[in-house]
Design a protein around this ligand. Structure first.
Ligand code: SF4
Length: 225
C-alpha cells in the first residue's frame, strides 16, 4: 500500500510547513501575493472602522470634537463617522464628568450598542471623578459600571491624546483571537455581555458598582516607596 495514499502520522506531521514569517509575507507582498487569515481580516477590518457614538458630557467633549476637525483629522484612523444612533456605533468615548444622574443613561446607551463595542474613558473625570471627585453627585469612574478598554488621563487630554488612545485601541483589537482566552468578550461564553442599569436608591446609585467589571482597588503595602 502506497505511503502517498495512507501516510504514516509522523511523516504527515513533518510534512506540515510552518506558517510564513512576517519577512516572508512581506516578500510575497512585493510580488503581488497577499497571504492572510480569516482572523487577520476580521481584526484588520474591525480595528480600522471604529465608529464613535456622537456623544459628549463636558469640557473633554470639546477636545473630542476638535479631534474630528481638519487640524487633527480623526478620519486618518477610520473613525470620522460619529454615529448619532448607538445601534450604529462601535465606540463609546466617555468624554467628561459623569454625574450620578447621567450614569444610568450612559449605561443604557452602551447596552444599545451592538457587539463588538469598545469604551474609552477620556479625561480625569471619566476615569475617577477628576477635580469633582469629592462631589456627592459625581461618579468616581465610569469603570464602576462599564468595561473600559482604554484610559486617557488628563484634564483635559488634548486631541492628540485621544488619537493616541484610539491607536492603542486599534492595536488591542488587532491582537484579538477569534477563539480561546484572547477572544473578545462577545465571542466568549464565560463573560457576560449584559450590563445592568443602576437606579437611584435612597442615598446613592443602586448598586454602587457592577461587581462583574469593577473591584475595589487594593494597595499592596510592599509597593509603597
Ligand atoms: S477631566 Fe477636566 S476637562 Fe475633562 S471634563 Fe473633567 S474637568 Fe473638564
Amino acid at each position: 500500500m502506497s505511503d502517498a495514499i495512507h501516510p504514516e502520522p509522523n511523516k504527515t506531521a513533518e510534512a506540515t510547513p510552518p506558517p510564513p514569517t512576517d519577512a516572508e509575507r512581506a516578500e510575497l507582498r512585493r510580488h503581488g501575493i497577499l497571504l492572510t487569515s480569516m482572523e487577520e481580516l476580521y481584526t484588520w477590518g474591525n480595528s480600522n472602522s471604529v465608529w464613535p457614538l456622537n456623544f459628549g458630557l463636558a469640557c473633554c467633549a470639546i477636545e473630542m470634537i476638535a479631534a474630528s476637525m481638519a487640524k487633527f483629522d480623526i478620519a486618518r484612523f477610520g473613525s470620522e463617522v460619529f454615529r448619532p444612533s448607538p445601534r450604529q456605533a462601535d465606540l463609546l468615548i466617555v468624554s467628561g464628568t459623569v454625574t450620578k444622574k447621567m450614569a444610568p443613561q450612559i449605561i443604557r446607551l452602551w447596552n444599545q450598542m451592538p457587539e463588538p463595542k469598545y469604551c474609552i474613558a477620556m479625561g480625569a473625570c471619566a476615569i475617577s471623578g477628576g477635580p469633582f471627585k469629592q462631589g456627592f453627585n459625581v461618579l468616581k469612574g465610569i469603570d464602576r459600571y462599564l468595561p473600559v478598554d482604554i484610559y486617557i488621563p488628563g484634564c483635559p487630554p488634548r486631541p492628540e491624546a485621544l488619537l493616541h488612545g484610539l491607536v492603542q485601541l486599534q492595536k488591542k483589537i488587532k491582537g484579538f483571537k477569534l477563539t480561546g482566552p484572547e477572544a473578545p468578550r462577545h465571542l466568549r461564553e464565560d463573560i457576560k455581555c449584559d450590563f445592568p442599569v443602576p437606579e437611584f436608591g435612597e442615598h446613592d446609585l443602586e448598586p454602587p458598582n457592577n461587581p462583574e467589571v469593577w473591584r475595589v482597588p487594593t494597595i499592596n503595602p510592599s509597593d509603597k516607596g
